[in-house]
Design a protein. Structure first.
Length: 569
DNA sequence: CGAGTTTGACCAGCGC
DNA sequence: GCGCTGGTCAAACTCG
């Protein structure tokens, strides 16, 4: 080197060697720096570079090198540079009073000179040996920690995957259980031709769609039997083959909810039946706004095959999500593009019902109906149905994830338990929503969950200035997209995100869009998993679903989840 | 001119 | 079988 360099070492022996350039000198240095081991004249470290790395204490730091990392370089050059470096260092000490905090080559002197470096002493040799051993130990420790880190990352990813798979599996189990139950009932019908069985079956299905409020009242009055809870727990236990299905389920989950964004899959089915489910068209219709007349019915024909039975049952489990909100506009903005394809004046409501189809992509099956409530025309009822087959904008994703979460809980949380009673408690617990916020339709042929914003404190401000709908508090621990939103909010140090979080602190969707927009799901997932409390929240979420914990502990559970998320911020 | 809306017609399910 | 109803279609219309 042909110009003075400042050499500095931190007081910590493990610190890097920083070669800095005094202020006023702007030359970029081409240099090679070798730290020699005087005991055997071998290089301990080697560093080269010609760029400024950073500016520290008013001096340009040309480069940094790990003092304790062993390197190599041509010996001849190493010697030359070694000398120059040492010489320059001494000069710098004299001229610029450079503070070198570490006695690099000698253990008993604050200064350094060429002879000591080149000749070495036994004491220096011991110091080098000792530090070399320390270096090796530290290096080994770092390697070990890196390995542990990678392992933990893998575990976390696996937990993440398993969580989604578990969620899907729980739903599948419950669906299978319901199918089995229905099949059993039908077989009994076929064998006995017993009308009572028929009525009992109808009763079971009616129970599925009992009004949540009624269920809550029943729960308050009667409580729930422990045996029922235990049975439900047993039913929700993870089967041995769950691991095998996890990868498959994961892919399904991603395709269903994470990428496309979903409303519940609701393919319209128009099959005739014998009309066991009564067609309620009274206040329920007015409330939900959309009670299709083309009611899927349970086909009790004796020659119906298993496939048809399953299809029928699957259809019954499909859900719709209605959103009631006060709005002056003719339609709430939910981030999707809609094309109106029809309008009808429905019976019992002078306000026309408008039919919209999603036009964001060809072949998208999502439709919605918009109608003002007959009782309060300031209330706009928007009912969603179908499955987006295309990527959604972040705003649409927020709505889709919310409605999907509600429908998902409707399907998974309202399945009949082995005792034939509807598990509305789970839904209520899982929703953790304000009283009366979510209601399951008892009469709609498709199970319909209604998110009622009109009684919420935010009802009057349920739409942002930009027209995006802001939904009130909904805690959807088992919905990935929702969890994603929580995470997104958490990362923004605000966890009041549309569709999930407290209304009075409702967060404008565009605020989370920079994250959500650029993000692929994987990025958001990474952010999610970066949350140190994610695992705790995850455990709580799964517990809330599978464990079917007692109502009294539900509040704690919900708050735990929320607290975990909150704490992460 | 293309995209979206309006509106009457049509279809299917259901009850009487 | 007929009428009612909800849902959809598609031609006509509107708008930018």
């Amino acid at each position: 080197m042909d110009k003075p360099l400042g050499l500095s070492f931190g007081t910590d022996p493990t610190s890097s060697l920083i070669i800095s350039q005094p202020p006023g000198i702007n030359t970029a240095w081409k240099h090679d720096i070798i730290i020699m081991d005087p005991s055997n004249d071998r290089p301990l470290n080697h560093c080269s570079g010609d760029e400024y790395r950073s500016i520290s204490n008013g001096k340009r730091v040309i480069t940094e090198m790990d003092f304790f990392a062993v390197g190599s370089c041509p010996k001849q050059k190493a010697c030359i540079i070694k000398k120059e470096c040492i010489d320059e260092r001494v000069e710098q000490q004299n001229e610029d009073d450079v503070n070198i905090g570490l006695n690099l080559l000698t253990g008993n002197s604050g200064s350094c000179n060429k002879s000591m470096v080149e000749d070495g002493t036994s004491q220096t040799k011991e110091v080098y040996d000792q530090r070399k051993k320390e270096l090796e130990l530290l290096q080994a420790e770092i390697d070990h920690m890196n390995e542990e880190n990678q392992l933990l990352k893998g575990i976390l990813n696996q937990v993440n995957r398993n969580y989604y798979a578990l969620q899907m599996h729980v739903v599948a189990l419950k669906q299978r259980q319901q199918i089995h139950k229905a099949t059993t009932v039908k077989n009994e019908e076929v064998i006995n031709g017993n009308l009572e069985e028929k009525q009992r079956k109808g009763s079971i299905f009616a129970r599925q769609f009992l009004d949540l409020g009624k269920a809550e009242r029943a729960e308050m009055g009667e409580g729930r039997s422990q045996s029922t809870s235990e049975e439900r727990n047993r039913d929700c236990a993870v089967s041995p083959n769950i691991v095998e299905s996890m990868e498959h389920n994961k892919s399904q989950m991603i395709s269903n909810s994470s990428i496309s964004g979903v409303f519940p899959v609701l393919d319209p089915l128009r099959r005739s039946g014998d009309g066991e489910i009564s067609d309620h068209k009274t206040s329920e219709e007015a409330f939900h706004g959309w009670v299709p007349n083309k009611v899927p019915k349970i086909n009790t024909s004796r020659d119906v095959d298993d496939e048809q039975k399953e299809e029928t049952m699957s259809m019954i489990r499909k859900a719709r999500v209605a959103v009631r909100a006060r709005s002056e506009a003719s339609m709430i903005s939910d981030g999707c593009q809609w094309r109106k394809y029809g309008q009808k004046v429905a019976k019992g409501n002078p306000c026309p019902r408008a039919y919209y189809r999603c036009t964001m992509a060809a072949g998208c099956t999502v439709r919605k109906q918009v109608q003002r409530c007959s009782e309060d025309q300031a209330v706009l009822i928007t009912t969603y149905e179908g499955h987006h087959n295309h990527p959604l904008s972040p705003a649409a994703m927020a709505m889709a994830s919310t409605t999907s979460a509600a429908a998902s809980m409707l399907l998974s949380g309202s399945m009949p338990s082995p005792d034939g009673l509807m598990n509305t408690n789970l839904l209520a617990k899982t929703l953790a929503c304000p009283p009366g916020f979510a209601t399951i339709s008892a009469s709609a042929p498709f199970p319909t969950v209604t998110l009622d914003l009109t009684h919420s404190p935010i009802s009057s401000s349920s739409q942002s200035p930009q027209g995006h709908l802001l939904l009130p508090s909904l805690n959807f621990p088992h919905n990935f997209a929702s969890a994603l939103n929580v995470s997104a909010g958490a990362l923004h140090n605000q966890y009041k995100v549309s569709g999930l979080l407290s209304p009075h602190q409702g967060m404008e969707l565009p605020q989370i869009l920079p994250l959500m927009a650029d993000t692929s799901v994987s990025a958001a997932t990474a952010a999610l998993t970066a949350d140190p409390n994610f695992t705790a929240a995850l455990v709580a979420a799964i517990s809330s679903i599978i464990g079917n914990v007692q109502a009294s502990s539900n509040a704690n559970n919900s708050s735990t989840i929320r607290n975990s998320i909150d704490n992460s911020t």
